[in-house]
Design a protein around this ligand. Structure first.
Ligand SMILES: Cc1cc2nc3c(=O)[nH]c(=O)nc-3n(C[C@H](O)[C@H](O)[C@H](O)COP(=O)(O)OP(=O)(O)OC[C@H]3O[C@@H](n4cnc5c(N)ncnc54)[C@H](O)[C@@H]3O)c2cc1C
Length: 359
C-alpha cells in the first residue's frame, strides 16, 4: 500500500516536520517514531528517495551496514517499509518555501502551493536542495507544464498515436524515446545538441537500431521557439548546428534535461550557511535556530562526510535531542531487541522473542 499522503491546503500542527524524503529524511521518521513522535514529511519530488532515486536508482550501493549490496531504489523501499509502523504523513510535490518562528516558540513552515505547518521541531533533511527539472528557457512555455510539456515520462501508453518531441541526450531521454516507440506514438523525434549521448551503451544501441529502422527520428540541434494557438502548443522551432531552422508539429513536448537541486528558499530562513551547508552542533544536530535540526548532506560539522551511514547516525541523535526538548527531561536509551514498549510501537510485540536484560 502506498504511504498515506495529505495534499490539502490548511494549517497542520505537528511535533515534527521533516523537510526532505531522501534516505535520511526517511530514517528520521523511524528514529522519531521509536521515541513516540509522529512526523509529517514534505518533499518537492513526487516520491521518496532523494538522490538515491533521482541520480542513481539502479546503481548498487555497497556501504550500508548489513546490506552488502542494494540499489538506491531498494534502499528507499526498505527505508519506507521500516518507517511504515510510525505512519508518517507524506506531502509530495511540495517545496518548503518559508520558515519563521512564532511567538510561542513553534515554527511556522510554509510550502509554495500546499499546506502550512506549525511544528515544534523541524528537521531539515534537504540534501543538496530541492530537485527541480531543468526546462527550456522559452518565454511562455511553462503555461503548458503538466499538460503538453512534461519533464518525465510517467505513462508511455498515454501517448499512443501522438507526435512527441523529446529534448535531451541522457538515459531518461533515450529510455523515453524507446518506450514511446514501443507504445506506438505516431511520431517520436529526439532532439539533442549533438549526435552523442550520455547513456548506457545498451540504451544507445537500442536507439541507434530504432533510428536505422526509421521508427525514431533524430535532429542534432536545439528547440529555440514554439507556436501555440487556442491555448495549445502546436509546433516547435528547432535550430540545427548549421543555423537552419526546422518547424515540427507536435502534440507533446518531453524535456529530459535532468534535475538540478536548488537550495532556493532555505537560504532565507535565518540559518547560518557555510558553502551551501548548514552548520550544526554534532551532539544534537541542532542548527543555530532552537528546535531546527539539519541532518544528512545538508549539514556540516568538523569531520563531516556526505555518506548515507553518517546521516543515519545524525538522524538518530537529532531524534533524541528533539525528544528531550519536547519532554524537557533526559530520554533513556532503549534497545529495540529488548524493549517491549518499542516492540509495541513497531507492531512486533507478539513476534519478539524473550526480552534480553536491560543495560
Ligand atoms: C551518483 C551518486 C552515488 C552515491 N553513492 C553513494 C554510496 O554508494 N554510498 C553512500 O553512502 N552515499 C552515496 N551517495 C551519497 C548519498 O546519495 C547522499 O549522501 C544521500 O542521498 C543524502 O541523503 P539526504 O536524505 O541527506 O539528501 P537527498 O538524498 O539529497 O534528499 C533530499 C531531499 O530533500 C528534498 N528537498 C530539498 N529541499 C527541499 C525543500 N525546500 N522543500 C521540499 N523538499 C526539499 C529533495 O527534493 C530531496 O528529495 C551517492 C551520491 C551520488 C550522487
Amino acid at each position: 500500500m502506498p504511504p498515506p499522503t495529505h495534499n490539502s491546503p490548511g494549517v497542520i500542527e505537528t511535533d515534527a516536520l521533516i523537510v526532505g524524503a531522501g534516505p535520511i529524511g526517511l530514517f528520521q521518521v523511524f528514529q522519531l517514531g521509536l521515541l513516540g513522535i509522529r512526523a509529517h514529511v514534505v518533499d518537492a519530488l513526487p516520491h521518496a528517495g532523494g538522490q538515491c532515486i533521482e541520480l542513481y536508482p539502479d546503481k548498487a550501493i555497497y556501504d550500508i551496514p548489513a546490506l552488502p549490496s542494494c540499489t538506491g531504489q531498494e534502499l528507499t523501499e526498505r527505508l519506507l517499509a521500516q518507517s511504515a509502523p510510525f505512519a508518517p504523513t507524506f506531502h509530495w510535490g511540495q517545496e518548503v518555501s518559508a520558515l519563521q518562528q512564532n511567538t510561542d516558540g513553534r515554527w511556522a513552515v510554509g510550502t509554495r502551493n500546499g499546506p502550512h505547518f506549525v511544528a515544534r521541531n523541524v528537521f531539515i533533511a534537504a540534501g543538496v536542495g530541492a530537485f527541480q527539472a531543468r526546462s527550456l528557457s522559452l518565454d511562455g512555455l511553462q503555461q503548458f507544464a503538466g499538460t503538453q510539456l512534461l519533464h518525465r515520462l510517467a505513462e508511455p501508453a498515454r501517448h499512443q498515436g501522438q507526435r512527441v518531441v523529446i529534448v535531451g541526450g541522457n538515459e531518461a531521454a533515450l529510455e523515453a524515446a524507446i518506450a514511446l516507440v514501443a507504445a506506438r506514438a505516431q511520431q517520436v523525434l529526439l532532439v539533442h545538441r549533438r549526435d552523442v549521448f550520455q547513456a548506457e551503451p545498451g540504451t544507445i544501441a537500442q536507439v541507434q537500431a530504432l533510428r536505422e529502422a526509421g521508427h525514431l527520428h533524430f535532429i542534432a540541434g536545439q528547440v529555440t521557439g514554439f507556436e501555440a494557438t487556442a491555448g495549445r502548443l502546436q509546433q516547435v522551432h528547432i535550430t540545427h548546428g548549421d543555423a537552419q531552422n526546422t518547424t515540427v508539429p507536435l502534440d507533446q513536448l518531453l524535456v529530459c534535461l535532468g534535475l538540478s537541486p536548488k537550495l532556493g528558499p532555505l537560504t532565507g530562513w535565518g540559518l547560518a550557511l557555510e558553502r551551501k551547508q548548514v552548520p550544526v552542533n554534532p551532539a544534537t544536530f541542532e542548527t543555530c535556530l532552537p528546535g531546527v535540526y539539519a541532518v544528512g548532506d545538508i549539514n556540516t560539522y568538523p569531520g563531516k562526510r556526505k555518506l548515507i551511514v553518517s546521516g543515519l547516525h545524525e538522524a538518530t541523535l537529532a531524534a533524541y535531542a528533539a525528544a528531550e526538548r519536547l519532554r524537557g527531561a533526559p530520554v533513556q536509551l532503549q534497545y529495540t531487541s529488548a524493549s517491549q514498549h518499542l516492540q509495541r510501537l513497531l507492531g512486533v510485540a507478539d513476534e519478539a522473542t524473550t526480552p534480553a536484560p536491560a543495560i
